[in-house]
Write a protein that binds this ligand. Structure first.
Ligand code: NAP
Ligand code: MG
Length: 486
């Protein structure tokens, strides 16, 4: 079939389903404490589901404050007796070994991530897992060179760090947290998100097989209360949190009277600025990638599109016809562009926000594609011609929902892009380097991509301004939050 608007032939693809027999999921998943998989003292378990089918995948241990305490004790012991005493070169060798083992088991990890999270296999296979390995490789390289990261200063690890991560990039967020912490000589107690613990537990198995000394990394699964128990534990030296701004605020308040260090990677409402001289097709692809990638479950998702007025109709027309061709469905199908929303809760939140936008009066568009009958699937959509006062221009939806407005001058574009409580990322699209530099310099965002979007590299620091949090992960900067620098 020939699409008259974009002149692109729309091919039908036969399904190409990734086999799942490479993955063995334990029916009951214990906690990983002191180098062993142990029953939770709570004796409680909860279910993790496959969001593409709604069916349970496995039972996950629900750690209580006692379990968290055992994990912190194991981490303290490992810190005092082994890890803080080990040379950087030795620590680096462990990290290199872990990175190689992740590469060897990449397919298994990718399939497991897709089953538990709902993200398309092409993303977990081509983005998440390769970046996980790359992070371990990158920080393995730093472990014996820390004195060059902060020349002329005396440095020391902090001790035991508590790490709490979200469900959108489960294993990647674990790697972002664990790799720099270990490279710097700290030991770890980490809590994955309640709905996506499985890949972190498989990583624990890999750490065990890599011979990482007992207690250097401990995985405590559970819900928000488990996270809160980590935050309030008196023998933790630092908290590293990635998640919502609301929980980030809670954590900051609850440790304000202590000397615990804190880094927060929070929400976002990032803007794309597309100038009229941009390569339009490339920008359409970038905008699609920016907001519909990973079902919009990306903290730095480009969820606000600012178009120069002169190209607005042309751009929106192309965007619509491209969206008609997106494949939403079985995350295990290698052709799938948009997979399942991670949980019933998130699904309900997104639906409610979309309904509120429609009620408020935005010009709503969603493609005519069909969705699977089972599981949590959401069509990609946008609200066109909205003002900055429109609620969805301000609220983080954390789903495949874009808002579109226009601008006439560079100043107006910058003003609109910065008109947010967040400041995580931005995208600038133009043929002119000078315009890109001028715009980027004025944007209050931790990352600015030019003529591309959602590109990650372990050597590049990532983090936000304002309510998007503080502290940087990745790159040399990503070492500092795990070091005491004198
Ligand atoms: P969330 O509700 O804040 O959860 C994040 C983590 O905190 C989960 O492990 C959660 O456990 C735990 N938690 C919940 N309540 C807690 C408490 N009172 N004390 C300690 N820990 C607690 O966030 P989410 O909805 O899962 O994740 C989406 C958010 O993360 C979005 O706002 C997104 O922008 C942000 N995010 C930011 C970045 C970044 O780098 N800036 C990256 C990814 C995501 P449960 O899973 O059991 O609730
Ligand atoms: Mg799940």
């Amino acid at each position: 079939m020939l699409d008259t608007e974009s002149k692109i032939v729309n091919f039908e693809y036969a399904p190409s389903i990734e086999a799942i027999d490479i993955v063995r999921i334990e029916p009951k998943n214990k906690l990983f404490i002191g180098g062993k998989f142990v029953e939770p003292t709570s004796k409680k378990y909860f279910a993790s589901i496959n969001p593409a089918t709604g069916e349970p995948l496995a039972q996950i241990a629900d750690a209580n404050a006692k379990d968290v305490d055992l994990a912190v004790k194991a981490a303290r012991k490992a810190y005092n007796t082994v890890w803080s005493k080990m040379s950087g070169k030795e620590r680096g060798r462990y990290l290199f070994r872990i990175a190689r083992m992740i590469q060897e088991r990449a397919r298994e990890l990718a399939v497991l991530e897709t089953l538990d999270n709902g993200k398309p296999i092409k993303e977990s296979r081509d983005i998440d897992i390769p970046l996980v390995a790359a992070h371990f490789f990158y920080y393995a390289g730093w472990a014996d060179k820390l004195e060059y990261a902060v020349p002329g200063r005396a440095i020391q690890p902090l001790g035991v760090v508590g790490q709490i991560i979200p469900w959108n990039f489960p294993l990647l967020m674990a790697a972002w947290k664990i790799a720099p912490a270990l490279a710097c000589g700290n030991t770890v107690v980490i809590k994955p998100a309640e709905t996506t613990s499985l890949s972190c537990l498989l990583l624990a198995q890999i750490l065990q097989e890599a011979g990482l000394p007992d207690g250097v990394v401990n995985v405590v699964t559970g819900a928000g209360e488990t996270g809160a128990a980590i935050v309030s534990h008196p023998d933790i030296n630092k908290i590293a949190f990635t998640g919502s701004t609301d929980v980030g605020r809670l954590i900051q308040k609850s440790i304000a009277h202590t000397d615990k260090r804190l880094t927060l990677e929070l929400g976002g409402k990032s803007a794309h600025i597309v100038y009229e001289d941009a390569a339009i097709e490339q920008a359409v692809e970038g905008v699609i990638n920016g907001i519909y990638f990973n079902q919009g479950h990306v903290c730095c998702a480009g969820s606000r599109l600012l178009l120069e007025e002169s190209i607005s109709d042309l751009f929106v027309g192309k965007l619509k016809s491209r969206m008609e061709k997106l494949r939403v469905g079985n995350p295990l199908d290698k052709n799938t562009d948009i997979g399942a929303i991670n949980s019933a809760t998130e699904f309900g939140k997104i639906k409610k926000l979309i309904d509120s936008g429609i009620e408020e009066g935005g010009e709503f568009f969603e493609p005519s594609i069909e969705l699977p009958k089972k599981g949590f699937f959401q069509k990609p959509c946008f609200f066109n011609k909205v003002s900055s006062a429109f609620s969805l221009s301000r609220v983080e939806v954390f789903g495949p929902v874009l808002t579109i407005s226009t601008f006439r001058t560079t100043q107006e574009a910058i003003m609109k892009a910065n008109d947010t409580q967040y400041g995580l990322a931005a995208g600038v699209w133009s043929e002119k380097g000078s315009k890109i530099h001028k715009t980027a310099a004025a944007l209050k965002a931790g990352v600015v991509w030019a003529n591309t979007y959602n590109k990650f590299d372990p050597s590049s620091p990532f983090g936000g301004f304002n309510e998007s949090g503080f502290g940087r992960e990745g790159g040399r900067h990503g070492l500092f939050p795990y070091l005491s620098i004198k």
